[in-house]
Design a binder for this molecule. Structure first.
Ligand code: UDP
Length: 448
């Protein structure tokens, strides 16, 4: 059943409009398209996707009334609720019209956080599946949240921040998802609605693979009672790099070609994390003083309160020839480059999975949401990264960079990473766990 279907079966996809959610959804689109499905992508005006880069798919724009980024970045739950409220009716109208004009729609795959979109699909008789773009462990945090809250973990007790959470190991209190700038009630409601959407879906697709999260997947199966498909790392099944919202500076690839193997530290904090100006300056001088070649992604809005940050005085001259700063990288290609030997990351799940897939050991500096939990797995479960904790200070940065790139501790992590990289590659082979899960997913979609 899992072969080529001809282009008469159509899957509708709706990513949440953020880079870390759009990338895996478009990777999934490419994968399903390669299995013979036709693809229709719904997208918002806010962070809209450039449809001209994906000529094989059909695109439908949802008029959500948001063309600019005026949300409060600190309050992510409220942003997600606002997206749901803004899109519910326009999506309903679009989907109803679409169904009246088109045959052969098999299902909708929408992000976990699109709880109202899943409900609309159900009302209109369309089977819906959830895509969870984070880890299986982070989804277990969602299902465990009511218990954690009842046991007094929210607000997170500062005095117990290093204690193990016995209800959800291996997380410590400080690794639990935190939304300090949001009201706990808003946060709790969102989690509840997301879990409800997951439980009432026809299946959950997770961008992970069993070799790294077998136990977590088993527990989720017991807790959610719906079919779960771990089919990651999704980017390993596709060769499309076309989902970037920002223009990529590809000149860094030629610069990497001039560097020695495993010598360059790649530094990126993803699409949303912010530094304050002092942290930014300390990071710049920590990298410069480490005397390790580096490639650093400095998004124009990386520093709180600025739209176009300038590098500190004297920095460019100091690092000339041994450091490169760009505003957005072709990250998958950078991580796959032979010259890259370390990854200083914020541990967004995509970056974490991409680093593992290319066997690059990490310096972990998580900022918010699931990033602390991802860093916990990297540093303490898979032991392929070191955490950079506490105040960002140039001497500590310098020391951590040296330790990862030039000392025994880093070498041991690099060695363990080689094994994880092999696992990530093996699971995509014809008898690998993710490959087989994709076959099951295709059969599940066709039988629903
Ligand atoms: N990314 C990229 N270029 C960059 C930085 C990030 O293409 O310079 C991509 C990266 O490959 C990943 C996504 O942006 O797929 C970021 O997702 P992640 O979950 O790591 O973090 P988020 O941005 O959601 O915090």
């Amino acid at each position: 059943m899992s072969g080529d279907l001809g282009m008469n079966r159509r899957i509708l996809l709706f990513p949440l409009p953020y880079q870390g959610h759009i990338n895996p959804m478009l990777e999934l689109a490419s994968l399903l398209h390669s299995r013979g499905f036709s693809i229709t992508i719904f997208h918002t005006q806010f962070n809209s996707i450039d449809s001209t880069k994906h000529p094989s798919y059909e695109f439908i724009s949802i008029i959500d009334g948001n063309t600019s980024n005026h949300f409060n970045l600190n309050d992510i739950p409220s942003r997600i609720v606002a997206h749901n409220n803004n899109c519910e009716q326009p999506f309903h109208d679009s989907l109803r019209k679409y169904l009246s004009e088109n045959k052969g729609v098999t299902c909708l795959v929408a992000d976990l956080h699109w709880y109202k979109i899943h409900a609309v699909a159900k009302r209109l008789g369309v089977v819906s599946l959830v895509l969870r773009t984070g880890s299986a462990a982070s989804l277990r945090w969602f299902t465990s949240f009511p218990v954690l809250r009842a046991k007094g973990y929210y607000p997170l007790p500062e005095s117990e921040k290093d204690e193990l959470v016995t209800e959800l190991p291996p997380y410590r209190v400080k690794d639990l998802i935190r939304m300090d700038k949001s009201r706990i009630e808003d946060f709790a409601t969102l989690v509840e609605l997301d879990v409800e959407a997951a439980k009432s879906s026809s299946g959950i697709i997770i961008n992970t693979f069993t070799a790294i999260e077998r136990k977590e997947m088993d527990k989720l199966h017991q807790e959610l009672c719906v079919p779960i498909f771990s089919i990651g790392p999704l980017h390993k099944f596709t060769c499309q790099f076309q989902s970037s919202l920002l223009p990529q500076d590809r000149s860094c690839l030629a610069w990497l070609d001039t560097q020695a193997p495993d010598s360059v530290l790649y530094v990126s904090f993803g699409s949303l994390a912010l530094l304050n100006y002092e942290e930014f300056v300390e990071t710049a001088w920590g990298l410069a003083n480490s005397w390790q070649p580096f490639l650093w992604v400095v998004r124009p809005d990386l520093v709180c309160g600025t739209k176009n940050v300038n590098m500190p005085d004297g920095f460019d001259e100091e690092v000339k020839g041994r450091g490169m700063v760009i505003s957005w990288a072709p990250q998958l290609e950078v991580l796959a480059h032979d010259a890259v030997g370390g990854f200083w990351t914020h541990n967004g799940w995509n970056s974490t999975l991409e680093g593992i897939s290319e066997g690059v050991p990490m310096i972990c500096r998580p900022f918010f949401a699931d990033q602390m939990g991802n860093a916990r797995y990297v540093t303490h479960v898979w032991k392929v990264g070191m955490e950079l904790e506490g105040k960002l200070e140039r001497r500590i940065i310098e020391k951590t960079v040296r330790s990862l790139m030039r000392e025994k501790e880093g070498d041991e992590m690099r060695e363990r990473m080689r094994m994880l990289k092999k696992n990530a590659s093996d699971c995509t082979m014809a008898d690998g766990s993710s490959y087989l899960a994709i076959n099951k997913l295709v059969d599940h979609i066709l039988s629903s």
